[in-house]
Design a protein around this ligand. Structure first.
Ligand code: DAH
Length: 330
């Protein structure tokens, strides 16, 4: 039997040990064979042999169990060593997506006005002449209707040229008071350094009882909004003209590049135009059949905001899907 004690002692792996177990304790194993041979012996011998074999059987089993535990422990240690991860090493770079700078800017704008209790309205991109022009006091002869500017479909349908038609849709379907903004894509036939055929605007409209809404209200909220977007800038209102507002103004901020001292971006003026606004023209209220109300409205280009915030020189680069550019906005 000594050879089996040695075999157990020398086994190098759990698999080898298992082979030995089968050879020793198995149905056709050594012990079984020796017990079988016993039947030819005399009764006295039988007792002696059986005793002897049972002693070996239990001590071989003890050896086997002890060895098995040792080998399993070793195997576990090796596995742990092989699978060890050095958490202090640098990992391989995995790049995640990020919001497009235009959408990120739009989100910030929406965030500001949502906090000011303005509801978000969307309207439709394919509009009709009434909502996009007529009701906004842009009569048939107005230059904005030129084929040069507008993408037309048949039957006086068109791609909206601004988000102002959402004002009309909202007023046509809701009673005053109204506090809304309309963020969204708009379309014009234009393509150069500062124009793309599709871009984004946010329109704002506030309507309340007659005499309740003043230019001072408009000035206050826009100044606060522009400081939220651009930080500590100066804001100025310049008289201007829009068909849907009277009086109208364009709003400038002090140049974010040169801090107002004059540079290429602000054409040496120290100011950057960022939005249009005004007191809603009475013709607009008439078109939507609102009476005894007053209101203000404003509209801005989101790409222009994004370009000024991130100091991007060419508007078109925002739409080329260039990963090298977009990666910088993670
Ligand atoms: N709709 C104008 C545009 O596309 C922007 C605008 C200007 C909207 C003044 C307004 C406003 O509501 O009051 O250029």
């Amino acid at each position: 039997m000594k050879e089996w004690y040695d075999a157990i002692k020398e086994a190098q792996s759990v698999e080898k040990l298992e082979e030995i177990r089968i050879s020793v304790f198995g149905k056709k194993g050594v012990l079984a064979e020796k017990f079988a041979k016993m039947k030819n012996a005399s009764d006295e011998e039988k007792a002696q042999i059986a005793k002897n074999l049972n002693t070996h059987k239990s001590s071989l089993m003890n050896e086997f169990t002890a060895k098995k535990i040792t080998l399993q422990t070793l195997q576990l240690q090796e596995a742990l060593k092989a699978e060890y991860i050095d958490v202090s090493l640098y990992g391989s770079k995995s790049s995640a997506g990020a919001l497009h700078p235009v959408m990120e800017t739009m989100d910030r704008i929406v965030e500001y006005f949502s906090a000011m209790n303005f509801a978000v309205k969307t309207g439709t991109m394919v509009e009709d002449d009434f909502n996009n022009f007529e009701a906004l006091n842009l009569p048939k002869y107005h230059p904005a209707r030129d084929m040069q500017d507008t993408f037309y479909f048949r039957d006086e349908m068109l791609l909206r040229t601004h988000t102002s038609p959402v004002q009309i849709r909202t007023m046509m379907s809701t009673k005053p008071p109204i506090r809304m903004i309309a963020p969204g894509a708009v379309f014009r036939r234009d393509y150069d350094l500062t124009h793309t055929p599709m871009f984004h605007q946010v329109e704002g409209l506030l309507v309340d009882e007659e005499g309740k809404v003043s230019f001072a209200n408009l000035k206050y909220i826009l100044e606060d909004f522009l400081k939220y977007m651009f930080g500590d800038v100066e804001v100025r209102f310049r008289p201007s003209f829009f068909p849907f507002t009277e009086p109208s103004a364009e709003v400038d901020i002090s140049c974010v590049f040169c801090k107002g001292s004059g540079c290429r971006v602000c054409s040496k003026t120290g100011w950057l135009e960022v939005l249009g606004c005004g007191i809603v023209d009475s013709n607009v209220f008439e078109a939507v059949k609102y009476e005894n109300v007053s209101g203000y409205a404003f509209g801005l280009g989101v790409e222009r905001f994004a370009m000024l915030i991130h100091q991007i020189g060419d508007l078109r680069s925002l739409f080329e899907g260039d990963i090298k550019l977009l990666e910088q906005f993670q």
